[in-house]
Design a protein around this ligand. Structure first.
Ligand SMILES: *Cc1c(COP(=O)(O)O)cnc(C)c1O
Length: 230
C-alpha cells in the first residue's frame, strides 16, 4: 500500500532532517511516477502525495490529462530534448533537467501565456561523467544568469544525480557549495533538487530542499522505463 511506504519515506526524511538540525517542512517530496499507472497515482493522491516526477513526455501526457481534475503538480525530471520542449512547456509545472541555454530559450518561448512561468532547475554534472547530462559546474553561473533573463521561466535552483558508484555525500556537498556560490553572486535560488530512494539522507545532510523518490514509494519499477521513448 502506498500509505505505508509514504509513511516510511516521510519518517526517513524526518529523521534525516533531525540529524541535520533542519525542519522536515524544508524538504519537499516529489513522487517519481514513471512506470506507475494513473490509477495508482489516484491512490497516491488520496494518501496525500501532490507532486509527481516524470521522465518521459509520451508516458506522462496521458496521465497528466487523466488527472487534470486533481491538485497534482508535475515535475519533468528527464533529459529535455529540443523537439519535446513545446509539449513539456504545456504539460509541466517544473522542469529539473535544463543543461543548456538553447533548451531554456525554447521552453520560455513556448510556455503558454495562460500558464504561470515555468519553474526550472539547472542540472549540474557533479560527478563529471562524460555520458551524463548536466552542465559542468564552471558553466552553471553563466547559464543561470542567462535563464534569469528569460521571461517565461522562473529559475529556482540546481539539480544533480550523482554517478552510481560515486560517494553521494561528497557529490551533494559539491552541489551545495556551487548553490551557495551562485546565491552569493546574487541569484535568488531556493531549490536544491537532490536525493532519490537510495541516497536521500546524504542529500538532506547536504541541504537538499527537494527529493525525488520513486522505488521507495511505489516499489521496484516492473517494466523498464526505457521502453518509453522520450
Ligand atoms: C527515476 C528517477 C528518480 C527516482 O529514482 P528512485 O531510485 O526510484 O527513487 C529520481 N530522479 C530522476 C531524475 C529519475 O530519473
Amino acid at each position: 500500500m502506498i500509505a505505508a511506504s509514504l509513511a516510511a519515506v516521510s519518517e526517513r526524511i524526518a529523521a534525516a532532517c533531525r540529524a541535520a538540525g533542519r525542519s522536515p517542512a524544508s524538504v519537499r517530496l516529489i513522487a517519481v511516477s514513471k512506470a506507475v499507472s494513473g490509477d495508482r497515482l489516484r491512490e497516491a493522491l488520496a494518501a496525500g502525495l501532490r507532486e509527481f516526477g516524470e521522465s518521459y513526455v509520451q508516458e506522462a501526457a496521458p496521465k497528466i490529462s487523466a488527472l487534470r481534475d486533481t491538485a497534482a503538480v508535475w515535475h519533468f525530471i528527464g533529459p529535455v530534448q529540443s523537439n519535446k520542449t513545446a509539449q513539456i512547456g504545456e504539460l509541466f509545472d517544473w522542469v529539473h533537467g535544463i543543461d543548456r541555454l538553447k533548451i531554456a530559450e525554447r521552453l520560455s518561448a513556448q510556455r503558454p501565456p495562460r500558464l504561470a512561468a515555468l519553474n526550472t532547475c539547472v542540472q549540474v554534472n557533479i560527478s563529471g561523467e562524460a555520458s551524463k547530462s548536466g552542465c559542468s559546474p564552471p558553466d552553471a553561473l553563466a547559464l543561470c544568469q542567462a535563464i534569469v533573463r528569460l521571461p517565461r521561466l522562473r529559475l529556482r535552483g540546481l539539480m544533480a544525480i550523482p554517478a552510481p558508484a560515486s560517494d553521494a555525500r561528497s557529490a551533494f556537498r559539491e552541489l551545495r557549495l556551487l548553490f551557495e556560490t551562485l546565491r552569493a553572486q546574487g541569484l535568488e535560488l531556493d531549490t536544491l533538487s537532490a536525493g532519490m530512494s537510495d541516497d536521500l539522507e546524504a542529500a538532506i545532510a547536504e541541504g537538499s530542499t527537494l527529493v525525488r523518490v520513486g522505488g521507495a514509494l511505489f516499489g521496484p519499477r516492473s517494466r523498464p522505463s526505457s521502453e518509453f521513448v522520450s
